[in-house]
Ligand binder design. Sequence first.
Ligand code: CDP
Ligand code: MG
Length: 151
Amino acid sequence: MRIIALFLAIASFAFAEEQTLSIIKPDAVEHHKIGEITEYLENGGLKVVATKMVRLTTEQAKAFYAVHKDKAFYADLVKFMTSGPVLVQVLEGSDAVAVNRQIIGSASEPGTIRADFGTDVQRNAVHGSDSVDNAKKEIAFFFKTEEIFSY
Ligand code: CDP
Ligand code: MG
């Protein structure tokens, strides 16, 4: 019994189900890429358990990106993020935070979202939480518990 319990403890650690926050940014929404980007996420093993379209207020964008408030790009980033509607999603899966960041990738990695749908360093198609702690905060920023589903 102890061995089984130990195995389950290790397995639950190794294959931890996580949730992360994704934002399909105004550039990608404007370019009609919601479907294709969501396909990359789902094909990568992530499940969409909550979704909604919102237009961020300046206050919301400032608060969401507060960690960057002293950066030169902050004001422009806030302007960009409020320039049109975005699609916010909660993604769930094993190791979801890291898996999502891999699927997002970067401009120099063909086959990733930012390489295939991004335009430049600012208009890079998507946001993805960068840690489990931040994912929890960012999910709570946009969603009530009852707006997140299990299936
Ligand atoms: O989104 P990610 O966590 O990969 O990057 P970040 O360094 O946390 O920056 C947040 C967002 O700011 C980026 O996704 C870009 O949209 C924007 N940014 C920018 O406009 N100019 C930069 N030099 C760097 C980032
Ligand atoms: Mg970041």
